[in-house]
Design a binder for this molecule. Structure first.
Ligand code: ADP
Length: 571
């Protein structure tokens, strides 16, 4: 319970953003509850007026009833309207906070967890938070009105009051059992459900590869295994839950029967009037529904607690680690890079880089070569601070990378991966995203340097052409050139370029080489080179082997004295 109260207090900061809306929902909720308490009295009076043939009274009561119904309609419509506004506003705040925190997480969290873990939390959990405050409000209103009804029942007839109290206790015990069993299984169900959602993500992201690799059947098998697990957990949850619901419903029905017997007995002995009998009969359902509602509420509270934990685990960086940066800000670095005794591994058992030392001067164009898996991409990831070294340091212009603030690193270092992510926007929007202040002329200049301008000119809407879904699909080489243009628009001093391993057509290959040559004098460029043609115009080539720099030199130098390079060259 302590944990739930803590989460409620923490969630308050989100509710606060829509507190006026929520206040009016509460106020109208009380009015609505008051109206539903009046209805049974009015209905009972109408029934007795009908049986006593009091025509004038029937008329006036009918109009009174109409008034209550109309009021009821307007109040509930207003509650719905305000409530949905409140939900929208609060959810927006939670999801915004979560999105920000997810982007602040260390990259290793995404290696260790499948994306379903984050998607489900972003998608469904915020609703549990907005829901709990509404449930709390509802519970409070219902408890207050039902307390009033209880007092009324006891004043009408103490025996019926005692009978209702007893029935309510029995129903409460059954509902409590239902909630306990539900909670026991809910947590594991959500975990299984997260995994299934992750698999669906994978299918959507990897459709092309799944098809091309002929993996349709194994993937369907894999998916159905996970779906089966999720189905079995869900089935168990639903069957147990429904059993206790039906049981509690049957107890309610049985107690109605005993109430009728008790009421008739009391009436026969002149201890209860017919009108009061009807009022009590009508209040009965409201009382029973309170217990049902409260048990729903306990369920809501548990779901809320689990959802809040899953949300705050992200926003408070409890379960996932946050990126840490230094404080030093450098607007424009020169581009000198030094790896000092760097050791790094993705896990404790194996180091990819071991005491690596490397110096790169500003405006150098360096090629990095090595067999697959030697740590070339890892070197880029460390330089972009996507991962932290285990030992040693990386210096930019003599300052440790770990002392630099996030903006310095992101602004001054650009990484162009083999398959860069181009946003589903127009070309211009993609470029202006990284530098909103750039003029169209400057942007075109950068695209010319990236050897992309001529191609853009052939597109139907030129720079305003939409890329990706619903627009033009770019080839691998074009995406890389757009990523180069993006790095130039951002004006990063250090550009890390992971050359595509896949064979590019000659024209694209030449275009990429032209673009790199165009910029090579003004930027520090590191290229993971898979083709010897790229290496030709680099100042130096670095051979990576066994986690260390195995050799540095020009193509000719290395070919003469470096065994690993000779092997690579032969291949
Ligand atoms: P290269 O670019 O030279 O082919 P990488 O830097 O991609 O090599 O990988 C070096 C080693 O680190 C490989 O053994 C690879 O399996 C491993 N590795 C790469 N990325 C990760 C990761 N995110 N998590 C765990 N291991 C990784």
């Amino acid at each position: 319970m302590k944990e739930k109260v803590t989460y409620l207090k923490k969630s308050w900061k989100y509710l606060k953003t829509a507190k006026n809306l929520f206040f009016f929902v509460c106020l109208l909720g009380f009015i609505y509850a008051g109206l539903s308490a009046i209805l049974p009295i009015l209905s009972a009076k109408i029934v007795t007026a009908i049986t006593d043939n009091l025509i004038a009274q029937i008329f006036s009561l009918s109009f009174l009833l109409l008034g209550v119904y109309l009021l009821d309609f307007f109040v509930s419509a207003a509650i719905d309207n305000l409530y949905y506004r409140y939900v929208g506003k609060v959810n927006l705040e939670i999801q915004k906070d979560m999105a920000r925190s997810i982007l602040n997480l260390e990259v290793k969290n995404f290696d260790e967890n499948n994306s379903g873990v984050f998607i489900k939390r972003l998608d469904t959990d915020p609703y549990e938070i907005t829901n709990i405050f509404n449930s709390l409000r509802n519970a409070l209103t219902r408890i207050l009105t039902n307390l009033a009804i209880f007092v009324l029942i006891y004043t009408i007839n103490i025996y019926v009051g005692l009978f209702f109290t007893f029935s309510l206790i029995v129903i409460y015990v059954i509902q409590k059992k239902r909630v306990d069993v539900f909670n026991k299984n809910w947590h594991t169900f959500r975990e299984v459900d997260d995994k299934t959602s992750g698999i669906f993500q994978e299918i959507l992201k990897g459709t092309r590869d799944i098809k091309a690799l002929g993996l349709k059947e194994p993937f369907i098998e894999y998916t159905s295994e996970s779906l089966n697990k999720s189905y079995r957990k869900n089935l168990k949850l639903s069957i147990q839950n429904n059993f206790f619901w039906t049981l509690s419903q049957s107890v309610e029905n049985l107690s109605t029967f005993f109430f009728l017997l008790l009421g008739t007995y009391l009436m026969m002995n002149h201890m209860l009037k017919a009108t009061d009998f009807i009022i009590l009969y009508m209040y009965k359902d409201q009382l029973y529904s309170l217990i049902e509602y409260l048990s729903h509420f306990v369920g809501d509270l548990n779901e809320f607690s689990l959802a809040a934990k899953r949300i705050f685990d992200i926003t408070d960086y409890h379960a996932f680690s946050k990126e840490q940066f230094g404080k030093k800000h450098i607007k424009k670095v020169q581009g000198n890079i030094e790896f000092k005794d760097v050791t790094f591994g993705y896990n404790e058992y194996h180091n990819v880089l071991q005491n690596l030392n490397l110096t790169i001067h500003a405006n150098d164009t360096i090629a990095i070569v090595g067999k697959s898996g030697e740590g070339k991409t890892t070197l880029f990831s460390l330089l972009s601070r996507l991962y932290d070294t285990k030992q040693g340091d990386i210096l930019i212009d003599g300052t440790s990378l770990y002392e630099l603030d996030e903006e310095t690193i992101r602004q001054n270092i650009s990484i162009i991966t083999q398959n860069p992510y181009i946003f589903n926007m127009t070309i211009k929007e993609n470029l202006k995203l990284v530098n909103p202040n750039i003029t169209d002329e400057e942007m075109i200049e950068k695209c010319k340097l990236a050897a992309l301008h001529d191609y853009i000119e052939t597109l139907p809407d030129k720079y305003d052409t939409l890329i990706g879904e619903g627009g033009v699909n770019l080839s691998g080489g074009q995406k890389q050139r757009l990523a180069i243009a993006r790095a130039l628009v951002k004006d990063s001093e250090i550009i890390l370029f992971d050359e595509a391993t896949s064979a590019l057509d000659n024209e694209t290959q030449t275009a990429i080489q032209t673009s790199i040559q165009n910029i090579s004098k003004d930027y520090t460029i590191l290229i993971i080179a898979h083709r010897l043609s790229t290496i030709e115009f680099c100042n130096r080539i670095i051979v990576l082997h066994d986690g260390k720099v195995n050799g540095i030199g020009t193509h000719e130098e290395l070919l003469k004295k470096n065994k690993i390079y000779q092997e690579l060259y032969k291949k």
